[in-house]
Design a protein around this ligand. Structure first.
Ligand code: FES
Length: 161
């Protein structure tokens, strides 16, 4: 369990966040973003509370959380790494880059390193197709990322985070 969703402070905060956005159309998305910003993830244990507060089904909440890759059910690492695996990047070595990253970090896509320094994820197009393979690290997009460039970017980004 990533956070203690049953404790009063978490419940109170979730209710306060819901109250802040409840009147907006499509309130669930901004609520989920706010929860992730505050707690680092959208813990599974928060789903029933959100469903009850918004008078929607747990399945509806869970469906939105799992549809959008931005939402995590566990806190991510301090450095967020997303490697593009869409077609244009695949044509210029994205899969080799993914294999290198998994091997170098000792994790699979979707996982966080044991020291919680890096979360490795995939993404499907960063809008940087002409400069593939593309990667996004802590929100910054990098192009022509071969394994050695990825190592260099990660060394710089992890030192800064
Ligand atoms: S296909 Fe990789 S950035 Fe578009």
């Amino acid at each position: 369990m990533a956070i203690e969703a049953s404790g009063p402070p978490v419940i109170d905060r979730v209710r306060a966040i819901v109250a802040e956005y409840r009147s907006e159309r499509g309130a669930l998305l901004p609520i989920l973003h706010a929860i992730q910003a505050e707690f680092g993830c959208v813990d599974h244990e928060i789903v029933p509370l959100l469903a009850a507060e918004l008078n929607i089904s747990r399945a509806d909440v869970h469906g939105v959380v799992s549809f959008y890759s931005d939402f995590r059910s566990e806190p991510g690492g301090r450095t967020d790494v997303r490697l593009c695996r869409a077609e244009a990047c695949q044509a210029v070595g994205a899969e080799q880059l993914v294999a290198h990253a998994e091997q170098a970090l000792g994790v699979k896509l979707g996982q966080t390193t044991a020291d919680r320094s890096i979360t490795l994820n995939q993404v499907f197009c960063l809008g940087n197709c002409a400069l593939g393979p593309a990667a996004q690290v802590n929100g910054r997009v990098y192009g022509r990322v071969d394994p050695s460039r990825l190592d260099t970017v990660l060394a710089t980004e992890t030192a800064a985070s």
